[in-house]
Design a binder for this molecule. Sequence first.
Ligand code: PGA
Length: 249
Amino acid sequence: MARRPLIAGNWKMNGLLADGLAANLTGLMKGKPDWPFEMAVCPPFTLLQHVGKAIGDSAIALGAQNCHTKESGAHTGDISPVMLKELGCTYVILGHSERRTDHGEKDSLVKAKAMAAHKAGLKTIVCIGETEAERDAGKTLTVNQTQIKGSVPEGSSAATLVIAYEPVWAIGTGRTPTNPEIQEVHAFIRKELAAVIGSEAAGVRILYGGSMKPGNAREIMALADVDGGLIGGASLKAEDFWAIAQSCP
Ligand code: PGA
């Protein structure tokens, strides 16, 4: 099944109005022909509206980095998926390892958030990945299996779900698994996804994330079961983010 690669930028808690990052990105893309890949940027909540306007008539999609499980209500400091949809978001990143670590998010909560996001008409980028200790203990596949089973809602489809495999030890460290290791985990994830969502799994984009940069993107994205990237640090420089996107096969 043909899968259109997705290059998504996760800005994390970075970005101020003055940075002009979205404008730099759209500037780089002006006049470019249709791309064979899809691009998305996921700025912090505070910049969603501004970035949404900046990318308005470009082909870049807008995404958020988290959402609540409820549509509205007494949840001080939280943002609902309906609110994100109203702001023009297409995607929401869920279950990022930094949320799992900083906020104790468990698979069951990630799944509830994904269900709420799908109901609101958002596409989800559900993040999974093992820690270094888990990899060293030979538990890489079982950890990712547990996270898939626990975090992915049964009714998800290739149109609503994207998975990001992000080994925790590769995030922001400059280290990555070897290419065969990445392909092994991605193929395994697709197989395990099929146990949850059936034949739709063949069409789900599985992104690699963790220290992806212009220098390694081409070889990683050439792997059979890698369908793009979730880019952190390198998405904060428009030239690097664009170079990574252009590395899509
Ligand atoms: P990184 O982050 O590209 O800076 O390693 C990726 C991510 O956490 O999504």
